[in-house]
Design a protein. Sequence first.
Length: 379
Amino acid sequence: MLDRINDIIHAAVMVFCLISSLYFLCQKCDEQAPIRLRHLMGTILMIIAFQSSLFFFGTFTGIDYLIVDKKMSVLVNLQVLPFCLMMLTELTRMSEVTTKKWSIHVGVTFAILLIYIVLTFVNQQYADVFYYMSMAELLIYLGVYVARFAKAAKRYNKTVADVYADLDGRSINWLNRILILMLVFALGFVLLKIVMDGFYDNRIAGVAFYPITLVICVVLCWNIDQMRMIESIPYGDEQRAVLEESTNNDDDEEEEATEHVEGRELTAEQKEFMEQLDLVCTEGNLYSMHGITREDVAKAMMTNHIRLTKLLKEATGLTFNAYITKIRLDQAARMLLETNDTIEQIYYTCGYRTRSTFNRAFTDAFGCTPKEYRSRAEH
Protein backbone atom coordinates (compact mmCIF):
# COMPACT_ATOMS: atom_id res chain seq x y z
CA MET A 1 0.00 0.00 0.00
CA LEU A 2 2.79 2.40 0.94
CA ASP A 3 4.58 1.57 -2.30
CA ARG A 4 1.49 2.47 -4.32
CA ILE A 5 0.92 5.75 -2.46
CA ASN A 6 4.61 6.64 -2.72
CA ASP A 7 4.66 6.04 -6.48
CA ILE A 8 1.46 8.01 -7.09
CA ILE A 9 2.61 11.06 -5.10
CA HIS A 10 6.08 10.84 -6.63
CA ALA A 11 4.58 10.80 -10.11
CA ALA A 12 2.39 13.80 -9.24
CA VAL A 13 5.46 15.80 -8.16
CA MET A 14 7.30 14.87 -11.35
CA VAL A 15 4.41 15.77 -13.68
CA PHE A 16 3.57 19.02 -11.87
CA CYS A 17 7.19 20.20 -11.80
CA LEU A 18 7.73 19.31 -15.46
CA ILE A 19 4.60 21.12 -16.70
CA SER A 20 5.21 24.13 -14.44
CA SER A 21 8.86 24.40 -15.48
CA LEU A 22 7.89 24.51 -19.14
CA TYR A 23 5.29 27.16 -18.32
CA PHE A 24 7.83 29.43 -16.60
CA LEU A 25 10.62 28.83 -19.10
CA CYS A 26 8.53 29.26 -22.24
CA GLN A 27 5.87 31.82 -21.34
CA LYS A 28 5.98 35.28 -22.89
CA CYS A 29 5.82 38.02 -20.27
CA ASP A 30 4.88 41.68 -20.54
CA GLU A 31 7.39 44.37 -19.67
CA GLN A 32 6.23 44.48 -16.03
CA ALA A 33 6.76 40.77 -15.36
CA PRO A 34 9.91 39.59 -13.55
CA ILE A 35 11.16 37.47 -16.45
CA ARG A 36 14.47 36.42 -14.87
CA LEU A 37 12.68 35.35 -11.70
CA ARG A 38 10.32 33.18 -13.74
CA HIS A 39 13.23 31.59 -15.60
CA LEU A 40 14.96 30.78 -12.30
CA MET A 41 11.77 29.19 -11.01
CA GLY A 42 11.46 27.18 -14.21
CA THR A 43 15.02 25.89 -13.83
CA ILE A 44 14.39 24.88 -10.20
CA LEU A 45 11.29 22.94 -11.19
CA MET A 46 13.09 21.28 -14.10
CA ILE A 47 15.83 20.00 -11.75
CA ILE A 48 13.21 18.65 -9.32
CA ALA A 49 11.36 16.98 -12.19
CA PHE A 50 14.61 15.42 -13.45
CA GLN A 51 15.60 14.18 -10.01
CA SER A 52 12.10 12.77 -9.46
CA SER A 53 12.18 10.99 -12.80
CA LEU A 54 15.43 9.22 -11.84
CA PHE A 55 13.81 7.76 -8.74
CA PHE A 56 10.48 7.08 -10.42
CA PHE A 57 11.81 5.25 -13.46
CA GLY A 58 14.54 3.58 -11.42
CA THR A 59 11.95 1.51 -9.57
CA PHE A 60 10.72 0.07 -12.89
CA THR A 61 13.97 -0.25 -14.83
CA GLY A 62 16.22 -1.57 -12.09
CA ILE A 63 18.60 1.39 -12.55
CA ASP A 64 18.26 2.28 -8.90
CA TYR A 65 21.78 3.44 -7.99
CA LEU A 66 20.39 6.77 -6.79
CA ILE A 67 17.88 4.96 -4.60
CA VAL A 68 20.46 2.65 -3.05
CA ASP A 69 23.09 5.37 -2.49
CA LYS A 70 21.25 7.88 -0.28
CA LYS A 71 24.26 10.21 -0.17
CA MET A 72 24.22 10.41 -3.94
CA SER A 73 20.51 11.23 -3.91
CA VAL A 74 21.11 14.08 -1.45
CA LEU A 75 23.85 15.53 -3.67
CA VAL A 76 21.56 15.32 -6.70
CA ASN A 77 18.89 17.19 -4.75
CA LEU A 78 21.44 19.85 -3.82
CA GLN A 79 21.82 20.84 -7.47
CA VAL A 80 18.65 22.86 -6.93
CA LEU A 81 20.23 24.84 -4.06
CA PRO A 82 22.14 27.49 -6.07
CA PHE A 83 19.05 28.24 -8.15
CA CYS A 84 16.98 28.64 -4.98
CA LEU A 85 19.54 31.04 -3.54
CA MET A 86 19.65 33.03 -6.78
CA MET A 87 15.85 33.21 -6.71
CA LEU A 88 16.00 34.66 -3.19
CA THR A 89 18.58 37.15 -4.42
CA GLU A 90 16.31 38.17 -7.26
CA LEU A 91 13.26 38.43 -5.01
CA THR A 92 14.93 40.73 -2.47
CA ARG A 93 17.20 42.51 -4.97
CA MET A 94 20.23 41.83 -2.74
CA SER A 95 22.41 42.06 -5.83
CA GLU A 96 22.16 41.47 -9.55
CA VAL A 97 22.46 37.82 -10.61
CA THR A 98 25.24 38.01 -13.19
CA THR A 99 26.57 35.16 -15.34
CA LYS A 100 29.73 35.05 -13.22
CA LYS A 101 27.80 34.65 -9.96
CA TRP A 102 25.52 32.08 -11.55
CA SER A 103 28.53 30.05 -12.74
CA ILE A 104 30.19 30.08 -9.32
CA HIS A 105 27.08 28.99 -7.41
CA VAL A 106 26.14 26.23 -9.85
CA GLY A 107 29.75 25.14 -10.40
CA VAL A 108 30.38 24.52 -6.68
CA THR A 109 27.47 22.11 -6.14
CA PHE A 110 28.07 20.35 -9.45
CA ALA A 111 31.79 19.95 -8.63
CA ILE A 112 30.88 18.40 -5.26
CA LEU A 113 28.66 15.87 -7.01
CA LEU A 114 31.36 14.94 -9.55
CA ILE A 115 34.10 14.62 -6.89
CA TYR A 116 31.86 12.35 -4.82
CA ILE A 117 31.16 10.11 -7.84
CA VAL A 118 34.89 9.81 -8.58
CA LEU A 119 35.73 9.02 -4.93
CA THR A 120 33.11 6.26 -4.78
CA PHE A 121 35.08 4.42 -7.45
CA VAL A 122 38.41 5.07 -5.68
CA ASN A 123 37.54 4.48 -2.02
CA GLN A 124 34.08 4.60 -0.44
CA GLN A 125 35.53 5.69 2.90
CA TYR A 126 37.11 8.76 1.30
CA ALA A 127 33.81 9.48 -0.43
CA ASP A 128 31.93 9.36 2.89
CA VAL A 129 34.38 11.76 4.56
CA PHE A 130 34.13 14.15 1.62
CA TYR A 131 30.33 13.92 1.72
CA TYR A 132 30.04 14.91 5.39
CA MET A 133 32.57 17.73 5.02
CA SER A 134 30.65 19.06 2.03
CA MET A 135 27.34 18.89 3.93
CA ALA A 136 28.79 20.88 6.85
CA GLU A 137 30.17 23.58 4.55
CA LEU A 138 26.92 23.83 2.58
CA LEU A 139 24.88 24.16 5.79
CA ILE A 140 27.08 27.06 6.93
CA TYR A 141 26.82 28.61 3.47
CA LEU A 142 23.04 28.25 3.49
CA GLY A 143 22.72 29.66 7.02
CA VAL A 144 24.72 32.78 6.15
CA TYR A 145 22.68 33.26 2.99
CA VAL A 146 19.32 32.91 4.75
CA ALA A 147 20.42 35.46 7.37
CA ARG A 148 21.31 37.88 4.58
CA PHE A 149 17.97 37.18 2.93
CA ALA A 150 15.98 38.01 6.10
CA LYS A 151 17.65 41.41 6.32
CA ALA A 152 17.28 42.10 2.61
CA ALA A 153 13.61 41.03 2.59
CA LYS A 154 12.76 43.53 5.31
CA ARG A 155 14.54 46.30 3.40
CA TYR A 156 12.86 45.30 0.15
CA ASN A 157 9.34 45.33 1.63
CA LYS A 158 9.97 48.76 3.14
CA THR A 159 11.25 50.08 -0.18
CA VAL A 160 8.17 48.77 -1.97
CA ALA A 161 5.82 50.31 0.61
CA ASP A 162 7.44 53.70 0.07
CA VAL A 163 7.39 53.50 -3.73
CA TYR A 164 4.08 51.83 -4.64
CA ALA A 165 0.51 52.42 -3.56
CA ASP A 166 -0.50 48.91 -4.56
CA LEU A 167 1.47 46.04 -3.00
CA ASP A 168 -0.41 43.27 -4.82
CA GLY A 169 2.17 41.03 -6.43
CA ARG A 170 5.08 43.02 -5.00
CA SER A 171 5.35 42.11 -1.33
CA ILE A 172 7.38 38.97 -0.54
CA ASN A 173 5.98 38.36 2.95
CA TRP A 174 4.51 35.11 1.62
CA LEU A 175 8.00 33.68 1.35
CA ASN A 176 8.46 33.76 5.13
CA ARG A 177 5.63 31.25 5.53
CA ILE A 178 7.22 28.95 2.96
CA LEU A 179 10.64 29.12 4.64
CA ILE A 180 9.06 28.31 8.02
CA LEU A 181 7.22 25.37 6.45
CA MET A 182 10.45 24.10 4.90
CA LEU A 183 12.32 24.47 8.20
CA VAL A 184 9.66 22.59 10.18
CA PHE A 185 9.55 19.89 7.52
CA ALA A 186 13.35 19.50 7.49
CA LEU A 187 13.46 19.16 11.29
CA GLY A 188 10.64 16.61 11.22
CA PHE A 189 12.40 14.65 8.50
CA VAL A 190 15.64 14.50 10.52
CA LEU A 191 13.73 13.41 13.65
CA LEU A 192 12.02 10.69 11.63
CA LYS A 193 15.39 9.34 10.53
CA ILE A 194 16.75 9.41 14.10
CA VAL A 195 13.70 7.71 15.62
CA MET A 196 13.58 5.06 12.92
CA ASP A 197 17.33 4.50 12.80
CA GLY A 198 17.91 0.91 11.77
CA PHE A 199 14.29 0.52 10.64
CA TYR A 200 14.28 3.38 8.16
CA ASP A 201 11.98 2.73 5.24
CA ASN A 202 12.20 4.68 1.97
CA ARG A 203 8.47 4.22 1.48
CA ILE A 204 7.67 6.08 4.70
CA ALA A 205 10.18 8.77 3.70
CA GLY A 206 8.46 9.16 0.35
CA VAL A 207 4.98 9.38 1.84
CA ALA A 208 6.27 12.07 4.23
CA PHE A 209 8.51 13.92 1.76
CA TYR A 210 6.65 14.19 -1.52
CA PRO A 211 3.29 15.67 -0.38
CA ILE A 212 5.13 18.53 1.34
CA THR A 213 7.35 18.96 -1.72
CA LEU A 214 4.25 19.21 -3.90
CA VAL A 215 2.60 21.76 -1.58
CA ILE A 216 5.75 23.92 -1.48
CA CYS A 217 6.12 23.79 -5.27
CA VAL A 218 2.46 24.75 -5.81
CA VAL A 219 2.64 27.70 -3.38
CA LEU A 220 5.93 28.89 -4.88
CA CYS A 221 4.60 28.65 -8.44
CA TRP A 222 1.42 30.55 -7.61
CA ASN A 223 3.22 33.39 -5.81
CA ILE A 224 5.99 33.71 -8.40
CA ASP A 225 3.35 33.86 -11.11
CA GLN A 226 1.67 36.75 -9.23
CA MET A 227 4.85 38.80 -8.84
CA ARG A 228 4.72 42.11 -10.69
CA MET A 229 7.00 45.09 -11.31
CA ILE A 230 9.97 43.69 -9.42
CA GLU A 231 12.22 44.90 -12.25
CA SER A 232 11.67 48.54 -11.24
CA ILE A 233 13.13 48.07 -7.75
CA PRO A 234 16.88 48.82 -7.74
CA TYR A 235 19.53 46.30 -6.66
CA GLY A 236 21.76 46.11 -3.60
CA ASP A 237 23.58 49.33 -2.71
CA GLU A 238 21.39 51.39 -5.02
CA GLN A 239 18.28 50.08 -3.26
CA ARG A 240 19.76 51.00 0.13
CA ALA A 241 20.57 54.49 -1.11
CA VAL A 242 17.03 55.00 -2.41
CA LEU A 243 15.59 53.80 0.88
CA GLU A 244 17.79 56.14 2.90
CA GLU A 245 16.88 59.09 0.68
CA SER A 246 13.16 58.47 0.49
CA THR A 247 12.37 57.49 4.06
CA ASN A 248 14.96 59.50 6.07
CA ASN A 249 15.27 56.47 8.25
CA ASP A 250 16.73 58.37 11.16
CA ASP A 251 15.64 57.85 14.78
CA ASP A 252 15.16 61.56 15.49
CA GLU A 253 12.99 62.08 12.42
CA GLU A 254 10.88 59.03 13.27
CA GLU A 255 10.27 60.40 16.77
CA GLU A 256 9.35 63.78 15.28
CA ALA A 257 6.92 62.14 12.86
CA THR A 258 5.31 60.25 15.74
CA GLU A 259 4.80 63.50 17.63
CA HIS A 260 3.04 64.99 14.61
CA VAL A 261 0.69 62.03 14.49
CA GLU A 262 -0.10 62.42 18.17
CA GLY A 263 -1.35 65.95 17.61
CA ARG A 264 1.57 68.36 17.42
CA GLU A 265 0.94 71.36 15.18
CA LEU A 266 2.20 71.05 11.63
CA THR A 267 4.48 73.66 10.17
CA ALA A 268 3.19 75.98 7.47
CA GLU A 269 5.14 74.02 4.85
CA GLN A 270 3.68 70.73 6.03
CA LYS A 271 0.11 72.10 6.09
CA GLU A 272 0.43 73.49 2.58
CA PHE A 273 1.97 70.26 1.36
CA MET A 274 -0.77 68.06 2.86
CA GLU A 275 -3.53 70.26 1.43
CA GLN A 276 -1.95 70.04 -2.00
CA LEU A 277 -1.42 66.30 -1.66
CA ASP A 278 -5.02 65.65 -0.59
CA LEU A 279 -6.29 67.82 -3.45
CA VAL A 280 -4.18 66.04 -6.06
CA CYS A 281 -4.98 62.55 -4.82
CA THR A 282 -8.73 62.99 -4.24
CA GLU A 283 -10.00 65.60 -6.67
CA GLY A 284 -7.43 64.55 -9.23
CA ASN A 285 -8.54 60.93 -8.71
CA LEU A 286 -4.94 59.73 -8.60
CA TYR A 287 -5.89 57.28 -5.86
CA SER A 288 -7.99 55.35 -8.39
CA MET A 289 -5.02 54.65 -10.68
CA HIS A 290 -3.91 51.01 -10.63
CA GLY A 291 -0.23 50.67 -9.83
CA ILE A 292 0.24 54.35 -8.96
CA THR A 293 3.71 55.22 -7.62
CA ARG A 294 5.08 58.08 -5.57
CA GLU A 295 6.78 59.36 -8.74
CA ASP A 296 3.33 59.74 -10.35
CA VAL A 297 2.05 61.78 -7.41
CA ALA A 298 5.25 63.84 -7.14
CA LYS A 299 4.99 64.71 -10.83
CA ALA A 300 1.37 65.82 -10.42
CA MET A 301 2.44 68.05 -7.50
CA MET A 302 5.40 69.40 -9.51
CA THR A 303 7.88 68.26 -6.87
CA ASN A 304 10.25 65.30 -6.44
CA HIS A 305 9.61 61.96 -4.76
CA ILE A 306 12.24 62.57 -2.05
CA ARG A 307 10.49 65.71 -0.79
CA LEU A 308 7.11 63.99 -1.07
CA THR A 309 8.18 61.02 1.06
CA LYS A 310 9.95 63.23 3.60
CA LEU A 311 7.04 65.62 4.22
CA LEU A 312 4.46 62.83 4.17
CA LYS A 313 6.40 60.93 6.81
CA GLU A 314 6.88 64.04 8.97
CA ALA A 315 3.25 65.16 8.72
CA THR A 316 1.44 61.82 9.05
CA GLY A 317 3.96 59.14 9.99
CA LEU A 318 2.63 57.08 7.07
CA THR A 319 4.38 55.44 4.17
CA PHE A 320 3.19 56.29 0.67
CA ASN A 321 1.37 52.98 0.44
CA ALA A 322 -0.40 53.49 3.80
CA TYR A 323 -1.47 57.02 2.82
CA ILE A 324 -2.96 55.99 -0.54
CA THR A 325 -4.63 52.99 1.11
CA LYS A 326 -6.27 55.30 3.66
CA ILE A 327 -7.64 57.58 0.90
CA ARG A 328 -8.87 54.62 -1.12
CA LEU A 329 -10.68 53.04 1.82
CA ASP A 330 -12.23 56.37 2.89
CA GLN A 331 -13.54 56.85 -0.64
CA ALA A 332 -14.79 53.27 -0.73
CA ALA A 333 -16.63 53.71 2.58
CA ARG A 334 -18.27 56.91 1.27
CA MET A 335 -19.34 55.17 -1.95
CA LEU A 336 -20.78 52.24 0.00
CA LEU A 337 -23.01 54.65 1.92
CA GLU A 338 -23.88 57.19 -0.77
CA THR A 339 -24.17 55.12 -3.96
CA ASN A 340 -25.82 51.95 -5.19
CA ASP A 341 -22.70 50.79 -7.02
CA THR A 342 -21.75 47.15 -6.62
CA ILE A 343 -18.79 46.25 -4.48
CA GLU A 344 -16.93 45.19 -7.63
CA GLN A 345 -17.47 48.63 -9.17
CA ILE A 346 -16.39 50.34 -5.96
CA TYR A 347 -13.15 48.47 -5.39
CA TYR A 348 -12.11 48.85 -9.01
CA THR A 349 -12.93 52.58 -8.96
CA CYS A 350 -10.85 52.95 -5.80
CA GLY A 351 -7.77 51.44 -7.39
CA TYR A 352 -7.95 47.79 -6.30
CA ARG A 353 -7.49 44.95 -8.77
CA THR A 354 -9.05 42.11 -6.78
CA ARG A 355 -11.94 41.83 -4.35
CA SER A 356 -9.94 39.71 -1.91
CA THR A 357 -7.29 42.42 -1.50
CA PHE A 358 -9.96 45.09 -1.09
CA ASN A 359 -11.91 43.04 1.48
CA ARG A 360 -8.77 42.35 3.50
CA ALA A 361 -7.70 46.01 3.57
CA PHE A 362 -11.25 47.23 4.32
CA THR A 363 -11.71 44.73 7.16
CA ASP A 364 -8.38 45.73 8.72
CA ALA A 365 -9.40 49.41 8.64
CA PHE A 366 -13.10 49.23 9.61
CA GLY A 367 -13.41 45.94 11.45
CA CYS A 368 -15.98 44.50 9.04
CA THR A 369 -16.32 43.56 5.38
CA PRO A 370 -17.62 46.08 2.81
CA LYS A 371 -20.88 44.13 2.57
CA GLU A 372 -21.37 44.22 6.34
CA TYR A 373 -20.48 47.94 6.42
CA ARG A 374 -23.20 48.74 3.88
CA SER A 375 -25.75 46.51 5.61
CA ARG A 376 -25.20 48.18 8.99
CA ALA A 377 -25.73 51.61 7.49
CA GLU A 378 -28.97 50.54 5.84
CA HIS A 379 -30.33 49.29 9.15
